[in-house]
Design a protein around this ligand. Structure first.
Ligand code: EPZ
Length: 431
């Protein structure tokens, strides 16, 4: 298992190219199951989760071909993948694969819509909370599926196909909205989703589905209408830039001080987090090239944030913002409203000398003058990168173990940070 070693203290200065969004790429790849034609996705990030999903889709019969680099493309250019589900050879998604990545559960929707059946392992809990799938199953049932749970698997059938329905989500759910949009696209008749999630990744999936021939209106708003069609065709679509990766590096720059251009990043995908960063003392400017984040030598101001569905402050940046607040000149409160157990990084941040206490769903962070490097352990994807942010500003060396969590969601992290002057290296094969 690899480790990452960081010696803190360097200001970040330079350019960081922002990759395609993991959380858009995954549902887009899954959408390839909806058609027998080829779906071509550009700007695909090179991540462990993308590789795993390729294997999962391959199991269902999807042919995945990654195009080679063209002249002029660098290692930072996103890849292009051609996904062809000419024939679905298996409608079962086994425990061994689904348990490794929750989003793979979403294959249930296109398999059911196209084949009339799907058997998908329940994903189970994970480090950030219980993360049930009841709302995804509720949506499929409303669309006419029969759902049974057998030996840890969800068995969904719709022998006569799915039919359009009114679906009201009691809670906005990204996965629920993705799956309902995919299933309803091939259902007979009209579907209306109420209280749909409004995340940019939903808009990106809808845009791709529309290119494939789906009839979807309102994606990005809380009411989404879908008119089912008989079949979908192939399309070409570029994955949108990763707002969480961009927000993460923006917080790293705010932490160390410096001046970095986040190439390809978009402020409209990230406004709540950028507002919080500006209140903390960073400057953010937008240009055609991306977002430029700077912070001079001034202090980091304490800022309270509450995570909530888009367009509010994203849960996927909560840990990173907490790392920044450990150095604030005062007390900040961070409230997590999406996942009940997303505070695994608190204990690890304490190893740097941070002062954080938990009160229910709120972390109270008392800023300290100095963090000290320490051996720390990654627990989940976003928690792990918060440790990297703390390490970049800490005095001395930090080693982060279990970095496979980072590899799930951050493409070439150490290269991108090295390129901006950070002292960071991967120690391969270290326990
Ligand atoms: C997506 O997860 C993201 N994953 C998560 O990113 C992200 O944190 C989350 O949305 C919230 O923005 C991907 O896109 C692959 P939800 P998802 O359904 O769809 C509850 C990362 O680090 N809920 O929007 O699983 C749920 O427990 C990951 O990249 C139910 O109660 O999240 C949570 O409290 C982590 N029943 C809330 O809804 C359900 O059936 C929102 O979850 C479904 C969800």
């Amino acid at each position: 298992m690899d480790k990452i070693r960081i010696v803190g203290g360097n200001r970040l200065k330079g350019i960081i190219p922002i990759s395609g969004a993991k959380n858009a790429a995954l549902p887009l790849m899954i959408a390839s199951l909806l058609t027998k034609d080829t779906l071509t996705l550009e700007n695909l990030p090179q991540l462990a989760d993308v590789g795993l999903l390729q294997r999962i889709l391959g199991n269902h019969g999807v042919d995945c071909a990654i195009a080679g680099k063209r002249p002029g493309e660098t290692s930072d250019s996103g890849r292009t993948i051609h996904l062809t589900a000419g024939e679905i050879v298996d409608t079962t998604a086994p425990y061994e694969l689904v348990s490794r990545m929750r989003a793979s559960f979403w294959v249930i929707a296109p398999l059911l819509a196209r084949m009339g059946e799907a058997k998908v392992s329940l994903p189970g809990g994970c480090a950030i909370g219980t993360r049930p799938v009841d709302l995804l199953l509720m949506a499929l049932e409303k669309l006419g599926a029969r759902i049974e749970i057998e030996n840890g698997y969800v068995v969904a059938t719709a022998a006569k196909g799915l039919r359009g329905a009114e679906i009201e989500f009691p809670k906005a759910t990204v996965g629920g909205t993705h799956t309902a949009m995919m299933a309803a696209s091939l259902a007979h008749g009209h579907t209306v989703l109420h209280n749909a999630a409004r995340e940019p990744e939903i808009v990106d999936l809808a845009a791709c589905l529309v290119k494939m021939g789906a009839r979807i209106k309102g994606a990005g708003q809380s009411v989404v209408e879908i008119e089912g069609v008989g079949s979908l065709a192939g399309a070409r679509h570029a994955v949108l830039p990763d707002r969480i990766e961009a927000g993460t590096y923006a917080m790293a720059v705010a932490m160390t001080g410096g001046d970095v251009l986040l190439q390809g990043a978009r402020a409209d995908l990230l406004q709540a987090a950028l507002d919080a960063l500006q209140r903390a003392g960073a400057h953010v400017g937008e240009s055609n090239e991306g977002l430029r984040v700077t912070r001079d030598g001034g202090a980091i101001a304490p800022v309270d944030v509450v995570t909530a569905p888009f367009p509010a402050f994203p849960t996927d940046l909560q840990a990173q913002f907490m790392a920044l607040m450990t150095r604030a000149n005062g007390v900040a409160r961070i409230t997590e409203t999406i996942f009940e157990n997303r505070f695994m990084h608190v204990q690890e941040l304490a190893r740097f000398g941070a002062h954080i206490r938990l009160e229910g769903d709120t972390a109270i962070i008392e800023g300290v003058d100095r963090l000290e490097g320490a051996p720390v352990m990654a627990t989940d994807l976003r928690a792990s990168v918060s440790l990297v942010i703390a390490a970049l500003a800490a005095r001395g060396a930090t080693t982060v173990s279990r970095v496979y969590h980072l590899d799930r969601g951050f493409e070439r992290l150490e290269h991108k940070l090295q390129g901006c002057g950070a002292e960071i290296e991967r120690l391969s094969g270290q326990e």
